[in-house]
Design a protein. Structure first.
Length: 143
């Protein structure tokens, strides 16, 4: 029987889902950026057809996809990736730090984002970070 880490499995799936949602923004255009809470500048850039909106969104999606792959690797679902422990620690720290914006929105330095978006996105990212942290803690000796 293969030993799987369900916490990292869930964390990986959540990261990959977030990556897919970001890719959907690129395909869906300005209305999707607006609906999903992107800042005013990003929505306007998408409306103008500025290449930076999809480029930034693609970079975020790629980063989330990599985080998802590292979590799935830690979960024992895919092959072991290089620097697995270090990668998972960095990814988890990034999620937790971004999620900390929930408690101090000024940390993000983005006055163009709505309070609703900040609360929702920070809560989601914090939850993903906590799930990753539990997965690392529970599976440390097997990573």
């Amino acid at each position: 029987m293969i030993d799987r880490n369900p916490w990292l499995l869930v964390g990986g799936c959540l990261s990959l889902t977030a990556a897919a949602i970001h890719l959907a923004c690129i395909v869906g255009g300005p209305d999707w950026y607006l609906f999903l809470g992107a800042g005013e500048g990003m929505v306007q850039a998408a409306e103008r057809g500025d290449w930076r909106a999809p480029a930034i969104t693609l970079l975020i999606a790629a980063t989330l996809a990599m985080a998802g792959l590292y979590a799935l690797s830690g979960a024992g679902v895919i092959a072991r990736l290089p620097l697995l422990k270090a990668g998972l620690l960095v990814i988890t720290a990034a999620f937790l730090l971004r999620g900390a914006v929930l408690f101090r929105p000024s940390m993000l330095g983005r006055s163009d984002l709505s309070p609703t978006f900040l609360i929702a996105s920070s809560s989601i990212v914090l939850a993903i970070g906590v799930i990753h942290a539990i997965g690392i803690w529970r599976g440390w000796n097997r990573l």
